[in-house]
Design a protein around this ligand. Structure first.
Ligand SMILES: Cc1cc2nc3c(=O)[nH]c(=O)nc-3n(C[C@H](O)[C@H](O)[C@H](O)COP(=O)(O)OP(=O)(O)OC[C@H]3O[C@@H](n4cnc5c(N)ncnc54)[C@H](O)[C@@H]3O)c2cc1C
Length: 397
């Protein structure tokens, strides 16, 4: 049965995955494309979507493929075998989609999930505020009931992609008298309304990947509260676990075969008897590759343990922590290998791979901040995974 399914998947992918959608995305390509979809990319989305395979494990009625765990594993194996690129990415598939599947009503799922599966709606995340980052539960954005709506006032910050988003999943305070974790509600609303203003934050790179987002009497329908009013913290935490698992997946990636760490090292440092010429770099590359391999096997084992359909738990902090720190080490090592060729910003002295590596190196620093900083992940691991006791109160004397 499963062999027949594998054969069917293999043949379908062979016939339908455009050649340009095979092979890992190199950093240069990722950064220079600026997030635009090519025609081939759109075609790849449309074909997969027709079969429900942009989100293969989601139920068919919500735009998914309805695959069971084993079938999904086979599909993922076959996608990996041809190095197929993910078709639909972003906060819809990785964050709000899974959270809705777990906490949403049937109507909410029917309204939102199919548009995520088809890649037609972009979502953004309204969590952080100027005074609520690591201490997220201190958020102050206020929502007040008005008939069958909430009226929302306040400010979010670092809202990735808010200027391109159609909808936002947002944490608002609905009870200012309750303890801080208990007065929060998780709500969805459209960004295309007069009460929402978005101000992109310009980075020194010239890019604006995230924004300040202001709500001035913005409106959200009550039917778009996910979970219970004032109990949004439960949904918020689970969504963060999905986010952290997804960001952690960045570790263990190696670029295309041509630009694997070994090949880059041979290209920039030289080769002796088929090996990287410098033995210190060779040893660092091997250690890095072994850690990559161990991490990707651990990630896979964890996915298999979750096959019973359990959502990720606090252990997602381990994957987020290790994956993002490993990704930073990857770029530090590339810098050691490529030297000044990896710190160019523009100009003919650098090729696309080199320019992309510079940007990817800088961007890697942000991975261990977004979705909760590394320090915060270590706190969660200590408390919720290892169940270590709280440290004694600091000596005030
Ligand atoms: C690229 C990027 C994209 C982002 N996208 C989004 C988005 O789409 N939506 C959104 O809502 N937010 C987004 N964020 C914001 C992100 O979630 C916050 O930056 C993060 O949670 C940290 O909060 P903060 O910036 O306020 O830092 P702070 O909380 O002020 O932390 C400052 C420093 O103090 C340390 N620290 C704080 N508390 C503790 C503690 N208890 N123990 C040990 N150390 C501590 C932190 O580790 C950090 O080093 C994004 C951030 C980045 C970098």
């Amino acid at each position: 049965m499963s062999e027949a399914f594998r054969q069917e998947v293999r043949e379908w992918l062979e016939a339908n995955c455009p050649p340009s959608m095979r092979g890992p995305v190199d950093p240069a390509e990722a950064f220079l494309a600026g997030g635009q979809r090519t025609d081939d990319h759109q075609l790849w989305i449309d074909r997969l979507h027709e079969r429900g395979w942009t989100v293969p494990a989601w139920p068919k009625e919500y735009g998914g493929g309805g695959l069971d765990w084993e079938q999904n594993r086979i599909l993922q194996d076959e996608l990996r075998r041809i190095n197929a690129r993910p078709a639909v990415t972003g906060m819809g598939v990785t964050m709000i989609g899974p959270a809705l599947l777990e906490f949403g009503t049937h109507e909410q799922k029917l309204e939102h999930l199919p548009k995520i599966a088809s890649g037609e709606i972009n979502w953004c995340q309204g969590y952080s505020e100027p005074n609520a980052g690591s201490d997220l539960a201190s958020l102050r954005t206020k929502a007040v009931e008005d008939g069958d709506e909430y009226v929302i006032n306040g400010q979010k910050i670092w809202t990735s992609g808010a200027d391109r988003a159609d909808w936002i999943f947002c944490l608002v305070r609905t009870d200012f008298d309750a303890p801080k974790h208990e007065g929060i509600t998780f709500i969805l609303f459209t960004m295309h309304q007069p009460g929402v203003t978005v101000k992109p934050i310009k980075l020194i790179s010239g890019l604006s990947p995230f924004c300040e987002t202001f709500f001035n009497d913005a409106r959200a329908l009550k039917k778009n509260v996910v979970g219970e009013v004032n109990k949004g913290w439960t949904v918020a935490k689970r969504l963060l676990q999905y986010e952290r698992t997804s960001i952690g997946g960045i570790g263990g990636g190696g670029g295309s075969r041509e630009n694997s760490m070994e090949n880059v090292a041979k290209r920039y440092i030289g080769e002796q008897d088929g090996r990287i010429a410098d033995d210190q770099i060779r040893s660092r590359v091997i250690t890095h590759r072994m850690n990559d391999k161990a991490f990707s096997l651990t990630t896979r084992r964890n996915q298999e343990e979750l096959k019973s359909g359990l959502a990720p738990g606090p252990a997602s902090s381990m994957f987020k922590y290790y994956g993002t720190e490993q990704n930073k080490r990857r770029y530090e090592l590339l810098l050691s290998i490529m030297g000044t060729q990896a710190v160019g910003w523009e100009g003919d002295s650098f090729d696309d791979y080199e320019l992309g590596t510079t940007r990817a190196w800088l961007r890697s620093k942000a991975n261990s901040i977004e979705g909760g900083t590394s320090e915060v992940q270590l706190n969660i691991i200590a408390k919720r995974v290892l169940e270590l006791p709280e440290p004694p109160a600091a000596n005030q004397g």
